[in-house]
Design a protein around this ligand. Structure first.
Ligand code: NAP
Length: 310
Protein backbone atom coordinates (compact mmCIF):
# COMPACT_ATOMS: atom_id res chain seq x y z
CA UNK A 1 0.00 0.00 0.00
CA UNK A 2 1.30 3.46 -0.89
CA UNK A 3 0.24 6.99 0.02
CA UNK A 4 -0.74 8.89 -3.12
CA UNK A 5 -1.10 12.67 -3.18
CA UNK A 6 -3.38 13.73 -6.04
CA UNK A 7 -3.08 17.41 -6.96
CA UNK A 8 -6.34 18.59 -8.56
CA UNK A 9 -7.95 15.28 -7.61
CA UNK A 10 -11.46 16.76 -7.26
CA UNK A 11 -12.12 16.81 -11.03
CA UNK A 12 -13.38 14.30 -13.59
CA UNK A 13 -10.27 12.09 -13.73
CA UNK A 14 -9.33 12.60 -10.09
CA UNK A 15 -12.65 11.42 -8.66
CA UNK A 16 -12.50 8.10 -10.53
CA UNK A 17 -8.77 7.75 -9.84
CA UNK A 18 -9.48 8.05 -6.09
CA UNK A 19 -11.98 5.18 -6.32
CA UNK A 20 -9.63 2.92 -8.30
CA UNK A 21 -6.67 3.64 -5.99
CA UNK A 22 -8.85 2.89 -2.96
CA UNK A 23 -9.88 -0.44 -4.55
CA UNK A 24 -6.16 -1.25 -4.73
CA UNK A 25 -5.85 -0.35 -1.03
CA UNK A 26 -3.69 2.72 -1.60
CA UNK A 27 -4.19 5.66 0.75
CA UNK A 28 -5.21 8.80 -1.14
CA UNK A 29 -4.83 12.44 -0.12
CA UNK A 30 -6.46 14.93 -2.49
CA UNK A 31 -4.71 18.28 -2.70
CA UNK A 32 -7.32 20.96 -3.44
CA UNK A 33 -7.63 24.75 -3.34
CA UNK A 34 -10.73 24.50 -1.14
CA UNK A 35 -11.81 21.66 1.09
CA UNK A 36 -15.42 20.95 0.23
CA UNK A 37 -15.76 17.77 2.25
CA UNK A 38 -13.96 16.26 5.21
CA UNK A 39 -12.74 12.64 5.10
CA UNK A 40 -15.27 10.75 3.01
CA UNK A 41 -14.10 7.23 3.80
CA UNK A 42 -11.90 6.44 0.82
CA UNK A 43 -9.69 9.54 0.85
CA UNK A 44 -8.78 12.67 2.78
CA UNK A 45 -8.18 16.24 1.65
CA UNK A 46 -5.32 18.69 2.15
CA UNK A 47 -4.96 22.29 1.01
CA UNK A 48 -2.65 24.05 -1.38
CA UNK A 49 -2.64 27.37 -3.17
CA UNK A 50 -0.49 27.35 -6.32
CA UNK A 51 -1.11 31.10 -6.86
CA UNK A 52 0.51 31.84 -3.51
CA UNK A 53 3.05 29.01 -3.56
CA UNK A 54 1.53 27.31 -0.50
CA UNK A 55 1.29 23.54 0.00
CA UNK A 56 0.37 21.31 2.97
CA UNK A 57 3.79 20.03 4.07
CA UNK A 58 2.38 17.30 6.31
CA UNK A 59 0.56 15.79 3.33
CA UNK A 60 3.72 16.09 1.22
CA UNK A 61 5.78 14.35 3.91
CA UNK A 62 3.39 11.37 3.95
CA UNK A 63 3.31 10.90 0.17
CA UNK A 64 5.03 8.04 -1.68
CA UNK A 65 3.74 9.28 -5.05
CA UNK A 66 2.35 12.51 -6.49
CA UNK A 67 -0.17 12.49 -9.32
CA UNK A 68 -0.72 15.99 -10.71
CA UNK A 69 -3.96 16.65 -12.58
CA UNK A 70 -4.43 20.30 -11.63
CA UNK A 71 -5.23 23.06 -14.08
CA UNK A 72 -8.01 25.44 -15.10
CA UNK A 73 -10.57 23.79 -17.41
CA UNK A 74 -9.52 24.02 -21.06
CA UNK A 75 -13.03 23.92 -22.49
CA UNK A 76 -14.87 25.68 -19.64
CA UNK A 77 -14.81 29.20 -21.08
CA UNK A 78 -14.11 31.06 -24.32
CA UNK A 79 -10.38 31.45 -24.98
CA UNK A 80 -9.90 35.17 -24.39
CA UNK A 81 -6.30 36.33 -23.87
CA UNK A 82 -7.05 36.47 -20.13
CA UNK A 83 -8.43 32.91 -20.11
CA UNK A 84 -5.44 31.60 -22.08
CA UNK A 85 -3.11 33.06 -19.43
CA UNK A 86 -5.13 31.28 -16.71
CA UNK A 87 -5.05 27.96 -18.61
CA UNK A 88 -1.26 28.07 -18.95
CA UNK A 89 -0.49 29.86 -15.66
CA UNK A 90 -2.51 27.44 -13.53
CA UNK A 91 -0.57 24.50 -14.92
CA UNK A 92 2.89 26.09 -14.83
CA UNK A 93 2.39 27.38 -11.27
CA UNK A 94 1.31 23.96 -10.01
CA UNK A 95 4.27 22.29 -11.69
CA UNK A 96 6.68 24.85 -10.26
CA UNK A 97 5.18 24.52 -6.78
CA UNK A 98 5.57 20.73 -6.80
CA UNK A 99 9.20 21.07 -7.97
CA UNK A 100 10.02 23.66 -5.28
CA UNK A 101 8.23 21.74 -2.53
CA UNK A 102 10.15 18.55 -3.34
CA UNK A 103 13.47 20.42 -3.51
CA UNK A 104 13.03 22.28 -0.24
CA UNK A 105 11.23 19.87 2.07
CA UNK A 106 11.98 16.44 3.49
CA UNK A 107 9.93 13.86 1.59
CA UNK A 108 9.92 10.23 0.44
CA UNK A 109 8.19 10.79 -2.89
CA UNK A 110 9.31 8.07 -5.32
CA UNK A 111 7.70 9.35 -8.52
CA UNK A 112 5.62 12.18 -9.96
CA UNK A 113 3.01 11.31 -12.57
CA UNK A 114 1.90 14.48 -14.35
CA UNK A 115 -0.99 14.99 -16.74
CA UNK A 116 -0.45 16.59 -20.12
CA UNK A 117 -2.70 16.57 -23.16
CA UNK A 118 -3.06 15.63 -26.81
CA UNK A 119 -3.02 19.37 -27.51
CA UNK A 120 0.77 18.90 -27.60
CA UNK A 121 0.47 17.48 -31.12
CA UNK A 122 -1.95 19.74 -32.99
CA UNK A 123 -3.60 18.52 -36.19
CA UNK A 124 -2.95 15.37 -38.24
CA UNK A 125 -1.81 17.63 -41.08
CA UNK A 126 1.52 17.81 -39.18
CA UNK A 127 2.09 14.09 -39.79
CA UNK A 128 4.52 13.26 -42.58
CA UNK A 129 3.55 10.92 -45.46
CA UNK A 130 5.08 7.88 -43.75
CA UNK A 131 3.51 8.64 -40.33
CA UNK A 132 0.07 7.33 -39.37
CA UNK A 133 -0.20 8.65 -35.81
CA UNK A 134 1.49 10.98 -33.36
CA UNK A 135 4.11 9.33 -31.18
CA UNK A 136 5.66 10.67 -28.02
CA UNK A 137 8.96 11.94 -29.43
CA UNK A 138 7.27 14.37 -31.82
CA UNK A 139 7.76 18.09 -31.16
CA UNK A 140 5.04 20.33 -29.74
CA UNK A 141 2.68 22.14 -32.09
CA UNK A 142 3.08 25.91 -32.30
CA UNK A 143 -0.65 26.66 -31.72
CA UNK A 144 -2.04 27.73 -28.34
CA UNK A 145 -2.59 24.22 -26.96
CA UNK A 146 0.82 23.04 -28.17
CA UNK A 147 2.50 25.96 -26.41
CA UNK A 148 0.39 25.42 -23.29
CA UNK A 149 1.32 21.72 -23.12
CA UNK A 150 5.00 22.49 -23.73
CA UNK A 151 5.04 25.02 -20.86
CA UNK A 152 3.08 22.57 -18.64
CA UNK A 153 5.49 19.69 -19.26
CA UNK A 154 8.58 21.91 -18.91
CA UNK A 155 7.35 23.22 -15.54
CA UNK A 156 7.47 19.74 -13.97
CA UNK A 157 10.67 18.47 -15.66
CA UNK A 158 13.03 19.75 -12.89
CA UNK A 159 11.66 17.15 -10.41
CA UNK A 160 14.11 14.73 -12.01
CA UNK A 161 16.92 16.92 -10.61
CA UNK A 162 15.67 15.94 -7.14
CA UNK A 163 16.13 12.31 -8.16
CA UNK A 164 12.42 11.66 -8.70
CA UNK A 165 11.07 9.42 -11.45
CA UNK A 166 8.85 11.52 -13.73
CA UNK A 167 6.09 10.24 -16.02
CA UNK A 168 4.00 12.55 -18.19
CA UNK A 169 0.74 11.21 -19.60
CA UNK A 170 -0.58 13.04 -22.67
CA UNK A 171 -4.27 12.43 -22.10
CA UNK A 172 -6.73 12.06 -24.98
CA UNK A 173 -10.43 12.89 -25.07
CA UNK A 174 -11.67 11.27 -21.86
CA UNK A 175 -15.04 9.55 -22.21
CA UNK A 176 -16.94 9.40 -18.93
CA UNK A 177 -20.60 9.26 -18.03
CA UNK A 178 -20.35 11.92 -15.35
CA UNK A 179 -18.71 14.76 -17.27
CA UNK A 180 -16.42 15.86 -20.07
CA UNK A 181 -17.09 15.48 -23.80
CA UNK A 182 -19.43 12.45 -23.71
CA UNK A 183 -21.88 14.20 -21.40
CA UNK A 184 -22.01 17.11 -23.88
CA UNK A 185 -22.46 14.79 -26.87
CA UNK A 186 -25.33 13.05 -25.01
CA UNK A 187 -27.39 16.23 -24.54
CA UNK A 188 -28.70 16.59 -28.14
CA UNK A 189 -29.01 12.80 -28.50
CA UNK A 190 -31.50 12.79 -25.60
CA UNK A 191 -33.62 15.15 -27.73
CA UNK A 192 -33.31 12.80 -30.73
CA UNK A 193 -30.44 14.54 -32.57
CA UNK A 194 -26.99 13.13 -33.28
CA UNK A 195 -25.14 16.45 -33.51
CA UNK A 196 -21.99 16.01 -35.61
CA UNK A 197 -19.48 18.85 -35.33
CA UNK A 198 -18.18 20.08 -38.69
CA UNK A 199 -17.96 17.37 -41.36
CA UNK A 200 -17.38 14.73 -38.67
CA UNK A 201 -14.32 13.30 -40.43
CA UNK A 202 -11.90 14.64 -37.79
CA UNK A 203 -10.19 11.79 -35.92
CA UNK A 204 -10.59 11.71 -32.15
CA UNK A 205 -8.05 10.06 -29.91
CA UNK A 206 -10.41 9.12 -27.12
CA UNK A 207 -9.94 7.03 -23.96
CA UNK A 208 -12.36 5.44 -21.47
CA UNK A 209 -12.12 7.09 -18.02
CA UNK A 210 -11.20 3.79 -16.37
CA UNK A 211 -8.35 3.16 -18.80
CA UNK A 212 -6.84 6.63 -18.35
CA UNK A 213 -6.98 6.21 -14.56
CA UNK A 214 -5.47 2.73 -14.89
CA UNK A 215 -2.60 4.21 -16.98
CA UNK A 216 -1.84 6.71 -14.19
CA UNK A 217 -1.82 3.86 -11.65
CA UNK A 218 0.26 1.61 -13.94
CA UNK A 219 2.81 4.39 -14.40
CA UNK A 220 2.91 4.93 -10.66
CA UNK A 221 3.34 1.26 -9.74
CA UNK A 222 5.91 0.27 -12.39
CA UNK A 223 9.35 1.68 -11.68
CA UNK A 224 10.68 1.03 -15.19
CA UNK A 225 8.20 3.53 -16.62
CA UNK A 226 9.45 7.09 -17.06
CA UNK A 227 9.16 9.86 -19.60
CA UNK A 228 6.19 10.66 -21.84
CA UNK A 229 3.30 8.32 -22.76
CA UNK A 230 0.17 8.91 -24.77
CA UNK A 231 -3.01 8.15 -22.83
CA UNK A 232 -5.31 7.21 -25.71
CA UNK A 233 -7.19 4.07 -26.74
CA UNK A 234 -5.58 1.84 -29.40
CA UNK A 235 -8.42 2.45 -31.87
CA UNK A 236 -9.20 6.13 -32.45
CA UNK A 237 -12.36 6.90 -34.46
CA UNK A 238 -13.64 9.81 -36.46
CA UNK A 239 -15.99 12.15 -34.66
CA UNK A 240 -19.07 11.12 -36.66
CA UNK A 241 -18.53 7.43 -35.82
CA UNK A 242 -18.29 8.32 -32.13
CA UNK A 243 -21.48 10.41 -32.12
CA UNK A 244 -23.46 7.88 -34.19
CA UNK A 245 -22.34 5.01 -31.93
CA UNK A 246 -23.58 6.98 -28.96
CA UNK A 247 -26.89 7.81 -30.68
CA UNK A 248 -27.44 4.18 -31.76
CA UNK A 249 -26.85 2.87 -28.25
CA UNK A 250 -29.04 5.53 -26.65
CA UNK A 251 -31.88 5.68 -29.18
CA UNK A 252 -31.72 2.63 -31.44
CA UNK A 253 -32.76 3.98 -34.85
CA UNK A 254 -34.89 6.82 -33.43
CA UNK A 255 -32.60 9.77 -34.04
CA UNK A 256 -31.81 12.28 -36.76
CA UNK A 257 -28.22 13.08 -37.74
CA UNK A 258 -27.47 16.79 -38.07
CA UNK A 259 -24.23 18.60 -38.81
CA UNK A 260 -23.22 21.69 -36.89
CA UNK A 261 -21.28 23.70 -39.50
CA UNK A 262 -17.75 24.81 -38.65
CA UNK A 263 -18.62 28.50 -39.00
CA UNK A 264 -21.38 28.15 -36.37
CA UNK A 265 -18.93 26.52 -33.97
CA UNK A 266 -16.38 29.18 -34.70
CA UNK A 267 -18.99 31.89 -34.02
CA UNK A 268 -20.12 30.21 -30.79
CA UNK A 269 -16.75 29.18 -29.39
CA UNK A 270 -14.16 31.37 -31.11
CA UNK A 271 -10.62 29.97 -31.27
CA UNK A 272 -11.58 26.97 -29.12
CA UNK A 273 -13.64 25.58 -32.03
CA UNK A 274 -10.39 24.68 -33.80
CA UNK A 275 -9.63 22.13 -31.08
CA UNK A 276 -13.00 20.42 -31.67
CA UNK A 277 -12.66 20.42 -35.44
CA UNK A 278 -9.05 19.35 -35.75
CA UNK A 279 -8.19 15.77 -36.61
CA UNK A 280 -5.83 14.10 -34.15
CA UNK A 281 -4.62 10.52 -34.37
CA UNK A 282 -2.26 9.47 -31.60
CA UNK A 283 -0.60 6.13 -31.00
CA UNK A 284 -1.00 4.08 -27.82
CA UNK A 285 1.88 1.81 -28.88
CA UNK A 286 4.42 3.00 -26.30
CA UNK A 287 2.33 2.28 -23.19
CA UNK A 288 1.14 -1.04 -24.69
CA UNK A 289 4.80 -2.04 -25.24
CA UNK A 290 5.28 -1.49 -21.50
CA UNK A 291 2.68 -4.20 -20.91
CA UNK A 292 -0.38 -2.04 -20.25
CA UNK A 293 -3.60 -3.75 -21.31
CA UNK A 294 -6.64 -1.66 -22.19
CA UNK A 295 -10.05 -2.70 -20.86
CA UNK A 296 -11.71 -0.72 -23.66
CA UNK A 297 -9.55 -0.62 -26.82
CA UNK A 298 -12.50 0.08 -29.15
CA UNK A 299 -15.36 2.54 -29.08
CA UNK A 300 -18.42 0.28 -29.18
CA UNK A 301 -17.81 -1.58 -25.88
CA UNK A 302 -16.51 1.62 -24.29
CA UNK A 303 -19.75 3.48 -25.01
CA UNK A 304 -21.80 0.44 -23.99
CA UNK A 305 -20.02 0.32 -20.64
CA UNK A 306 -20.39 4.05 -20.06
CA UNK A 307 -24.11 3.97 -20.81
CA UNK A 308 -24.82 0.93 -18.65
CA UNK A 309 -26.45 1.49 -15.25
CA UNK A 310 -23.98 0.66 -12.49
N1 NAP B 1 -10.91 15.31 -19.29
C1 NAP B 1 -10.27 15.29 -20.46
O1 NAP B 1 -10.86 14.91 -21.51
C2 NAP B 1 -8.81 15.66 -20.53
C3 NAP B 1 -8.16 15.53 -21.76
C4 NAP B 1 -6.82 15.89 -21.84
C5 NAP B 1 -6.15 16.39 -20.73
N2 NAP B 1 -6.82 16.53 -19.56
C6 NAP B 1 -6.09 17.12 -18.43
O2 NAP B 1 -6.02 16.23 -17.33
C7 NAP B 1 -6.15 16.97 -16.11
C8 NAP B 1 -7.31 16.38 -15.31
O3 NAP B 1 -8.46 16.40 -16.14
P1 NAP B 1 -9.93 16.53 -15.52
O4 NAP B 1 -10.87 16.32 -16.64
O5 NAP B 1 -10.02 15.71 -14.29
O6 NAP B 1 -9.92 18.09 -15.14
P2 NAP B 1 -10.96 18.88 -14.20
O7 NAP B 1 -12.21 18.07 -14.01
O8 NAP B 1 -11.10 20.25 -14.78
O9 NAP B 1 -10.19 18.95 -12.80
C9 NAP B 1 -8.98 19.64 -12.68
C10 NAP B 1 -8.77 20.07 -11.24
O10 NAP B 1 -7.77 21.10 -11.26
C11 NAP B 1 -8.01 22.01 -10.19
N3 NAP B 1 -7.92 23.38 -10.71
C12 NAP B 1 -8.82 24.06 -11.47
N4 NAP B 1 -8.39 25.31 -11.71
C13 NAP B 1 -7.19 25.42 -11.08
C14 NAP B 1 -6.26 26.48 -10.92
N5 NAP B 1 -6.47 27.69 -11.46
N6 NAP B 1 -5.13 26.24 -10.20
C15 NAP B 1 -4.91 25.02 -9.64
N7 NAP B 1 -5.77 24.01 -9.72
C16 NAP B 1 -6.90 24.21 -10.44
C17 NAP B 1 -9.41 21.75 -9.64
O11 NAP B 1 -9.29 21.24 -8.32
P3 NAP B 1 -9.64 22.15 -7.01
O12 NAP B 1 -10.71 23.12 -7.41
O13 NAP B 1 -10.12 21.13 -6.02
O14 NAP B 1 -8.38 22.82 -6.61
C18 NAP B 1 -9.98 20.69 -10.58
O15 NAP B 1 -10.74 19.71 -9.89
C19 NAP B 1 -6.40 18.43 -16.48
O16 NAP B 1 -5.23 19.18 -16.32
C20 NAP B 1 -6.80 18.37 -17.93
O17 NAP B 1 -6.41 19.50 -18.68
C21 NAP B 1 -8.13 16.17 -19.43
Amino acid sequence: MAVVLICGGTGLIGRRLCELLAEKKHEVIVLTRSIKKQRNGSHSFALWNPDEGVIDLAALAKADYIINLAGAGIADKRWTEKRKKIIIGSRVKTGQLIVKALQENPNKVRAVINASAMGWYGDDSRLKDNETAFTEEMSADTGFLGKACAAWEASIDPVTQSGKRLVKIRVGLVLARTGGALKEFMKPVRLGFAAVLGNGRQMQSWIHIDDVCRIFIYAMENERISGVYNGVAPLPVDHKTLVLELAKQMKGSFFVTMHVPSFVLSWMLGEMSAALLQSLTASSGKIRKEGFQFLFPSIQPAVKDLLSEK
